[in-house]
Write a protein that binds this ligand. Structure first.
Ligand code: SF4
Length: 383
């Protein structure tokens, strides 16, 4: 018999699919298992409770989102019951192949058996739990925080005027009452127990957590720690300095000490004139002062930059002004600049994609910060 286990490299098994000679690889992950059938170009990720996380076959790469939708080729869609049943049939087929092997250990067998028991009704219940917990869907997360647990002490965006953003246009900005917030956190606690265990950070949604008063924000950070514990990657949030509460340096320091590690600001451009046309403040002084405050308090800075906005003939000025403005901030290696190509209905033009590449090159020459490509339609609130 061939050796099947290698504990150093994970569990590698060769399993015949009836008469076919398809080899199967099973790897333990911190949050469950990854199953590969390379000959069939199939891969499947399950969490420790047998729920599918992602699935790849010849028709594409599917990922499950917490809200019950499925992402295929970066497009988030809610599958019809029939389409979901078809997807689950394919997933179960893979598990049927591997569960026959008598050399699986007890944990693997239990997880795979659970997977076979999870039907569309089960997944519908999972998304209903999500909907009961979140007052508002989670439309966007930074690329390095999309595995965070999202909490929403406030919903919507206090600005809602940006020409390129449709996330919150028809959603009123609102702060949850203390009672609603406590209920939300209790729901998150229940939901967290039902999530894969590799979520090691918290993200405070929605568009601008810094619009909370200092008293409310400190209370939020305290209750996050009480209910969810101190997570390894700390707490991050979006911030819009033009619609935020004024804070003293001592108050920023307090937030840092209470676990706030990163704030992401929608800069979009360092060229005031263009920024004004995009629906944000043309005067960048508040953003500048806010970033300096974060830096002094030891809070990492994230800036989003939007490539491909404005007139084509002004693209160079947009890039040059933005690089100059960011350079003046003296960002460090723990800071990030996220470069997004302008996207309309989930698609970016050739011009926007090309500009994003140019931005990445130019910014890398002007700043120590990590420059990260960010196609926001790719980062959903995945399971
Ligand atoms: S501030 Fe941000 S979330 Fe609000 S409308 Fe503008 S881009 Fe959208």
């Amino acid at each position: 018999m061939q050796p099947l286990y290698s504990n150093e490299t994970g569990f590698i098994a060769s399993i015949r699919k009836q008469n076919a000679t398809n080899f199967c690889q099973i790897r333990h992950l911190p949050s469950g298992f990854k199953i590969d059938l390379p000959q069939l170009a199939v891969s499947l990720r399950l969490d420790g409770q047998g729920r599918w996380i992602s699935f790849r076959n010849e028709s594409g790469f599917y990922r499950r989102c917490l809200n019950g939708s499925v992402v295929l080729a970066h497009q988030e869609t809610f599958l019809s019951t029939k389409a979901y049943e078809e997807l689950l049939r394919n997933i179960h087929e893979v598990v049927h192949i591997i569960i026959r092997d008598e050399r699986l250990d007890d944990q693997q067998r239990k997880t795979f058996q659970q997977c076979l028991e999870h039907d569309t009704a089960f997944y519908r219940q999972q998304s209903e739990l999500y909907r009961s917990v979140y007052p508002e869907d989670v439309p966007i997360l930074p690329p390095d925080r999309y595995r965070d647990l999202v909490v929403q002490p406030l919903i919507g965006c206090p600005n809602r005027a940006c020409t390129f953003c449709a996330f919150y246009k028809d959603k009123p900005f609102r702060v949850l009452t203390e009672q609603q917030w406590q209920m939300h956190l209790s729901g998150i606690e229940r939901l967290a127990g039902a999530l894969p265990g590799d979520r090691d950070g918290v993200f405070i949604g929605s568009a601008n957590a810094m619009a909370l008063s200092q008293r409310r924000l400190v209370a939020c950070l305290d209750s996050i720690e009480q209910k969810l514990g101190l997570l390894k990657r700390g707490i991050a949030a979006f911030s819009d300095p033009d619609y935020s509460v004024q804070r003293s340096q001592t108050q920023w320091q307090t937030l840092s000490e209470k676990g706030l590690v990163q704030l992401v600001v929608g800069l979009e451009t360092g060229w005031g004139e263009l920024r004004g046309k995009l629906g944000k403040a043309a005067d960048l002084s508040k953003v500048y002062r806010a970033v300096k405050d974060y830096q002094s308090a030891g809070i990492s800075v994230g800036l989003t930059v939007l490539a491909g906005v404005g007139e084509v003939e002004n693209a160079e000025e947009h890039r040059a002004e933005t690089c100059r403005w960011i350079e003046a901030l003296n960002l460090g290696r723990s800071d990030k600049v996220y470069v997004s190509p302008l996207s309309e209905n989930g698609h970016s033009s050739e011009f926007a994609l090309r500009e994003a590449e140019r931005f990445q090159d130019d910014l890398s020459e002007h700043s120590e910060a990590k420059v990260i490509p960010y196609q926001m339609q790719r980062f959903h609130y995945y399971c």
